[in-house]
Design a protein around this ligand. Structure first.
Ligand code: ECB
Length: 134
């Protein structure tokens, strides 16, 4: 793989999660809870399958996929939508497109200075998160 994203990662910065959640239509009450969470990412690779777990004291979210193979994703516990997702490498970025009701939706992961970066985007809003290796 172009970059090794695997490992356990702790969030160190989180910019515009609020804007991203508003774009997804998350309720004010849930947004307030979500903004306080210290998220962790666990990224694993088993053969040609990737597993990305986002964990917190409130809720966890797991997705698994194969590179370049479209799959059905249900964003359970997030905005609870069905999307068709496709993850590919774009240079050193792992990029996911999530096709569904919300336009221009997806995310991108990459490594920079030993940190794991994640941009989450939806309808023009971008949430930028950075994680350090545990
Ligand atoms: C995983 C716990 C978050 C629980 C927040 C609860 C309600 C808020 C609903 C939606 C907020 C949207 C995002 C919260 C931030 C991160 C969640 C996972 C982001 C994601 O899609 O990660 C990708 C890329 O690593 C893999 O699923």
């Amino acid at each position: 793989m172009p970059a090794n994203l695997c490992g356990t990662w702790d969030i160190i910065s989180n910019v515009n999660l609020e804007g991203y959640m508003v774009a997804l239509g998350i309720s004010p009450q849930l947004r307030k809870i979500a903004l306080k969470l210290k998220l962790k990412k666990v990224i694993e690779q088993q053969g040609d399958e990737y597993i990305i777990k986002t964990t917190s004291t409130f809720r966890n979210y797991t997705v698994s996929f194969r590179m370049g193979q479209e799959f059905e994703e249900f964003t359970r516990g997030l905005d609870n939508r069905n999307v068709k997702s496709l993850v590919t490498w774009e240079g050193n970025k792992m990029v996911c497109e999530q096709i569904g009701e919300k336009k221009n939706r997806g995310w991108a992961h990459w490594i920079e200075d030993d940190k794991l970066h994640l941009d989450l985007f939806c309808e023009g809003e971008v949430c930028s998160q950075v994680f350090k290796k545990k």
